[in-house]
Design a protein around this ligand. Structure first.
Ligand code: XMP
Length: 430
């Protein structure tokens, strides 16, 4: 292994990620593991240099305090405890030690080297993936989102043709999105990629369905069904690659933390399709995932793209989806993105998109009154998507976008700008 490792054991602290980030900022790789990890598992980490028992407010689970196995104190590396009074180690702290103390522990007591960087991370993960997978095959649902793309690139580097990517085009992708997945992964990275155009199937299932939650359910379950059908056609697959990243794990609740929300990427596969998971990014924060993607040679646009909901344009073509209105959303979104990029706003604004409500408004075209769709532009800034403020887009830019949408997008005669912050509005419309 290229990188030294400090392990943080989660004993109910809400500060695990803060500690992990502090250590990574010092240039040392750190991982967070559950409190019930065994001494043998810890000993199997080649470059383990130190252990932090990180207790805290969620240390009582089911009426009992969470404890680590006493064997962990004798695995041969320095141990410190934070807010964990039962600890049997020399160094104990009631609260998070200040950075200088942490620095002293890591570099002097543990003798760790500051060798955490993406190059080394990728080399280490490549070796770990090869050890885990051997000569077996891995299946991956490649949506083209940041996480699945970076996992794909990592797995291609590690096991090449043993990775089989499945890209399901549900017909709700943005303009040229599926094409770019095929171009980057099949043509440039020589990936073993199965492309499934399931647009008609999805749009058929969604026909006349207006309820947003129902739409989401249909898109989610149909996705799993299509993926399952492809998986059944393949033989001899033992592993499933997943773009799980560290925030996904926190959001699902660790063994001590409160359950925040259940999270699954390709959860919901039938019981008889059993795969072992390969999750090489599960210890990375989002910014680190992007850095990893850049290091692996993925295009900047793919790695730094704005968040895009799983149900895609399906939740931006409001109410019951129709093909003409979906096309209006897709085309107007492409214009918005193009003009934002020209104005340099793509690097500044967190999320920007268009939506089309499910009604028509009256307008004049060729001296006749026509009922056509309305496009609403939304551009917001946020840190964590919990609250959001509206970007004050320059009037000239908005005018140019409006002119282009009205001239180039079929069936549209009106463009509006959404001025609502979150709360009370949400970022998406449904
Ligand atoms: P809201 O609309 O709740 O959105 O303010 C917050 C963030 O989440 C994204 N979003 C979704 N992402 N599946 C996803 O993967 C969904 O169903 C979904 N709904 C909203 C939204 O784009 C924003 O970034």
């Amino acid at each position: 292994m290229k990188q030294d490792l400090i392990v943080i054991l989660d004993l109910g602290s809400t500060q695990n990620t803060v500690v992990a980030r502090q250590i990574r900022e010092l240039g040392v790789y750190s991982e967070i593991h559950p409190h019930d990890i065994t001494a043998d598992e810890l000993k199997s980490f080649e470059n383990l240099k130190g252990l932090i028992l990180n207790g805290g407010e969620n240390r009582i689970v089911g009426g009992k305090p969470v404890e680590v196995s006493p064997e962990l104190y004798n695995i041969g590396c320095p141990v410190i405890a934070i807010d964990y009074p039962q600890a049997e180690c020399e160094k104990q702290y009631n609260t998070l030690p200040d950075p200088a103390v942490l620095q002293k522990f890591i570099f002097e007591d543990c003798g760790a080297a500051a060798n955490w960087n993406m190059k080394n991370f990728i080399e280490d993960q490549t070796e770990l993936i090869r050890q885990q997978v051997g000569d077996k095959k891995v299946l991956l649902a490649l949506s083209g989102g940041v996480d699945s793309s970076v996992v794909a690139a990592m797995l291609i580097k590690a096991i090449g043709q043993q990775l089989i990517c499945v890209h399901v085009n549900h017909g709700l992708m943005r303009k040229n999105e599926s094409e770019s997945v095929v171009k980057v992964f099949r043509d440039e990275l020589n990936a073993n990629l199965i492309y499934v155009d399931a647009s008609d199937r999805f749009l058929g299932k969604l026909e006349r369905v207006a309820d947003p939650e129902q739409k989401r359910k249909i898109i989610g379950s149909e996705f799993i069904r299509v993926f399952e059908e492809e998986a059944r056609k393949l033989e001899g697959i033992d592993f499933l690659g997943q773009g799980t990243i560290y925030p996904d794990i926190i959001e699902s609740g660790t063994k001590t933390a409160k359950m925040v929300k259940s999270h699954h990427n390709v959860g919901g596969l039938p019981e008889d399709l059993k795969f072992e998971l390969v999750e090489p990014l599960k210890q990375l924060f989002k910014d680190e995932v992007r850095a990893c993607g850049v290091e692996l040679g993925l295009p900047h646009d793919m790695v730094y793209r704005q968040p895009f909901p799983g149900p895609g344009l399906g939740v931006r073509c409001l109410g019951a989806i129709t093909r003409d209105r979906l096309e209006a959303v897709r085309e107007s979104d492409a214009i918005l993105r193009e003009e934002f990029a020209k104005a340099g706003l793509d690097k500044k604004v967190w999320q920007y998109f268009t939506v089309a409500p499910d009604f028509k408004s009256v307008g004049m075209k060729n001296n006749a009154r026509v009922l056509e769709y309305m496009i609403i532009i939304r551009a917001i800034n946020t840190i964590d998507a919990m609250t959001a403020s509206v970007e004050k887009v320059d009037w000239d830019v908005l005018e140019r976008i409006t002119e282009r949408i009205l001239a180039e997008v079929k069936n549209v005669n009106r463009v509006c700008y959404d001025m609502s912050p979150k709360p009370p509005a949400t970022i998406e419309f449904e």
